[in-house]
Write a protein that binds this ligand. Structure first.
Ligand code: HEM
Length: 516
């Protein structure tokens, strides 16, 4: 009797185990269907999920943009994933991107509540995270008129010309010593110095280590992007449990940025009364001190804006420079055509300048193609504030939307040979072409919250590439092809093996004015 009971118990246990396994497998499928039918509308397609965590494991993949692109080719361009119980919509095609930016731009002009409010890096005092409202509009206007708009860029041309000469001289020095150059490091100095000088009238000082510290903090911030993204996605479910994901790491970078900025602001404040034409930081400090200012600004908002601009502007542009240079080296035919263009427009006795760029269409096409294949920001997030219809599916209010720019710009329905480096595709200048490209070409995002630094980025990347191609031949260490593997883990698209090569001077008669 006892033996029969034991056998039955074993059978019973196995049966129960199988039942639980069945439930675990079927629950997510059933649950998704139930949720969508309960709500009485169609949600976008959703791959099978795991119990409790939902689709979290899919976001933890090392190359998130690529694994989401793969999922989309199976389930469709609009995906509905659940992180725990929080829905997130992923957009991966040029046609859906067109629809959301054309029909829902205001609705999606919000990035969601920042996970760690008090942080200078993507906290609640930032411009990047600011809701689309009066503060954002005030700052955007100031940013365009004082820093990034066409007239402001014309006024700051000399700053960038000086930095470009410095960039050339540093490469020339390495060439003379037959030393190898880490392209992204040299590009970082050029870009960071240019942006800092444009914002506050001076670059960060190399002598007291301030510049090195700011560059280090920018790199640390970039390395944190994936964690910030996860903190953002998990903010809602974890908030209820009183958990703030990665707070220690994010606050550590924020505090060190704050220390550097306190010193810079103090020094800048002292000079405020002397300045004739005020730079952007001066204007913000004046508004901070003025009790009757149009928009009341806090000190933290000024610091956060600086962090937003240097982080958003520096690493993106330097990685774009590195990827594009690597593509040029790997495509000798492209290098040859570009050389011919620069030699015939600029010659070999003066350095290429930003005013030459409109006359160098092939160089511009190369930079665009580099950004298409390797967008430094492959995923960017928005939030649908109100309930809306996208692609025939319902999207609930306050749902995060993540746009996969990487997938959109390799969408085979809109790009011929989408994985090939072919700058020629950008040489057509028809109006229709342009209209279409605004939808399928989104390295800078789109709409109201699209990148305000786009013109500056084209100048910085275009002139850096121009100088490297005009003035030097490049010898790669250990072979003649650059390894184009992507680094795993970060959300900014970086090269797994930084581009290291030796410059060889090809313009011995180049004249450099003595201004720098
Ligand atoms: C190759 C270089 C760059 C790339 C690929 C890039 C890309 C992006 C992307 C994808 C966004 C999000 C857009 C969206 O949500 O639609 C963005 C936003 C932003 N970028 Fe850039 N960016 C670059 C350079 C710059 C530069 C040079 C600056 C300024 C110095 C800058 C400042 C900003 C700011 C302030 C925002 C936030 C805009 C807002 O929320 O309203 N970026 N950028």
């Amino acid at each position: 009797m006892a033996a029969v009971f034991i056998v039955d118990f074993e059978k019973c246990f196995i049966f129960m185990f199988l039942c639980i396994l069945f439930l675990l497998i079927c629950y997510p499928l059933f649950f998704n269907k139930l949720k969508s039918s309960q709500a009485g509308f169609d949600l976008p397609p959703s791959p099978p999920s795991l119990p409790i965590i939902g689709h979290l494991h899919l976001l933890l993949s090392t190359l998130t943009h690529k694994s989401l692109q793969k999922l989309s080719s199976k389930y469709g361009p609009l995906l509905h994933l659940c992180i725990f119980n929080v829905p997130v919509i992923f957009v991966s095609s040029a046609s859906v991107a067109y629809e959301i930016f054309r029909a829902h731009d205001v609705n999606i002009s919000f990035r969601g509540n920042p996970p760690i409010g008090e942080s200078l890096l993507v906290g609640s005092s930032g411009f990047f995270t600011a809701p689309y409202g009066d503060y954002w509009k005030f700052m955007k206007k100031l940013m365009v008129t004082k820093l990034l708009g066409p007239q402001a860029l014309e006024r700051s041309q000399r700053i960038r010309a000086d930095e470009l000469e410095r960039f050339y001289l540093s490469l020339f020095d390495k060439a003379m010593k037959n030393e190898s150059v880490e392209i992204s490091k040299e590009a970082m100095k050029l870009i960071n110095n240019s942006i800092c000088k444009m914002i506050m009238g001076r670059s960060c000082s190399e002598e007291n280590g301030e510049a090195e510290r700011v560059r280090g903090l920018v790199t640390e911030s970039t390395a944190l992007t994936k964690k910030i993204f996860m903190a953002n996605m998990l903010h809602r479910p974890l908030k209820k449990l009183g958990i703030s994901l990665f707070k220690k790491e994010i606050m550590s970078v924020s505090c060190r940025f704050s220390e550097v900025l306190d010193r810079i602001l103090e020094e800048h404040g002292e000079k405020l009364d002397e300045d004739q034409e005020m730079d952007m930081m001066g204007l913000l400090l004046a508004a901070y001190r003025d009790k009757n200012a149009e928009c009341k600004i806090t000190r933290n908002q000024i610091k956060s804006l600086f962090v937003d601009l240097v982080v958003a502007g520096t690493d993106t542009s330097r990685h774009a420079t590195q990827w594009t240079m690597a593509e040029i080296i790997n495509n000798p035919k492209v290098l040859e055509i570009l050389r011919q263009e620069i030699d015939s427009v600029v010659g070999r006795t003066r350095l290429v300048q930003e005013t030459d760029l409109p006359n160098l269409p092939y160089l511009q096409a190369i930079v665009k193609e580099g950004l298409r294949l390797h967008p430094p920001g492959p995923l960017f997030a928005r939030t649908a504030r109100e309930r809306c219809m996208i692609g025939g599916f319902h999207v609930q209010e306050n749902t995060p939307l993540v746009i996969n720019a990487y997938a959109v710009m390799r969408d085979p329905d809109f790009w011929e040979e989408p994985n090939e480096f072919k700058p020629e595709r950008f040489l057509g200048t028809g109006k229709e072409d342009k209209r279409e490209q605004a939808l399928k070409y989104i390295p800078f995002g789109s709409g109201r919250r699209g990148c305000p630094g786009v013109n500056l980025a084209y100048i910085l990347v275009g002139t850096a590439i121009g100088v490297m191609v005009q003035c030097f031949d490049w010898k790669i260490k250990g072979g003649d092809k650059v390894n184009m593997e992507e680094s795993r883990g970060a959300l900014v698209l970086t090269m797994a093996n930084p581009l290291n090569c030796i410059p060889i001077v090809r313009t011995p008669n180049l004249q450099i004015p003595c201004s720098s």
